[in-house]
Ligand binder design. Structure first.
Ligand SMILES: [Zn+2]
Length: 180
């Protein structure tokens, strides 16, 4: 419950930073709360409009009957997994970070619109990045957010999809499943 609150608040705050969104929506597309989400591994990387268009062309020809959204933000945006979000652990000492502590650090980062993700870990007192924490599933911060709605997705197809996106953008990406 607390987790849902924290994430909801964060997402609300971030809505204003969305600079543009490309949507591919075929007539027969079925909407559902199940999305395959793809973000950049490195949170501050910028993807040009030209590259985003190229990515949309590739994805819409691969998944012609699915709704696809490509959003671009000014600052890194925390892209969560909704109902699939499980836990956060420190990447430095391995301790689990409580939702209370994590939400506090997220709020502090939101004061600067996530233009800095640096914080001091509550567990081991070290300088760290909110993006480097071990999130389960492998979510994170990104200026780019790609959503493929209602895709029949299996773990063994994730790598194929990831490779396809990385081939277009020429950078490392992350893929995970979101459920609303
Ligand atoms: Zn730690």
């Amino acid at each position: 419950m607390l987790l849902a609150c924290g994430l909801g608040r964060t997402s609300e705050m971030d809505k204003s930073k969305e600079v543009d969104k490309m949507v591919y929506k075929p007539k027969d597309a079925v909407y559902s709360g199940n999305h395959v989400v793809i973000i950049t591994e490195e949170p501050f990387i910028e993807i040009s409009l030209e590259k985003r268009k190229e990515l949309m062309d590739t994805l819409s020809s691969t998944y012609p009957s699915n709704e696809i959204e490509i959003s671009n933000f000014d600052n890194p945006y925390f892209v969560d997994a909704g109902g699939y979000f499980e836990s956060v652990h420190c990447n430095l000492c391995g301790s689990e970070i409580s939702m209370d502590d994590w939400t506090t650090k997220m709020e502090e980062a939101s004061w600067v619109d996530f233009s800095s993700l640096t914080f001091e870990t509550p567990c081991c007192g070290k300088q760290n990045s909110l993006n480097l924490l071990n999130y389960k599933p492998n979510v994170g911060f990104s200026k780019l957010q790609v959503r493929i709605v209602n895709l029949d997705y299996h773990e063994n197809q994730a790598m194929e999809l990831l490779n396809k996106v990385e081939a277009v953008l020429k950078i490392q990406m992350k893929v995970f499943y979101y459920n609303h």
